[in-house]
Design a protein around this ligand. Structure first.
Ligand code: SF4
Length: 81
């Protein structure tokens, strides 16, 4: 007799949720470190401010965005999802 212990409720909660990138601009020092590793998502413009180019990047950018958050000297980057 085989019993199934599988529950799909947790799976359905975690799948299909897009990653969301936010920056706390109060603490961002516009160092540009994040733009070096994830230029698709972050850009420091000539006005000296950081801009988020893609607020909900695809999974293919998760590694880069995570690396950017790790490298940020002021821990300004938050990733949800
Ligand atoms: S690495 Fe951090 S402090 Fe530097 S520009 Fe990006 S968010 Fe701002």
């Amino acid at each position: 007799m085989v019993e199934s212990l599988a529950s799909s409720s947790l799976e359905s909660e975690t799948k299909g949720v897009p990653m969301k990138v936010t920056v706390d601009f109060d603490v961002c020092a516009s160092t540009g470190a994040c733009t070096q590793v994830a230029p698709e998502v972050f850009e420091v413009r000539s006005d000296g401010y950081l801009y988020i180019l893609i607020e909900e990047p695809g999974e293919e950018l998760r590694d880069k965005v995570t690396q950017a958050a790790d490298l940020c000297p002021t821990a300004a980057i938050t990733i949800e999802g």
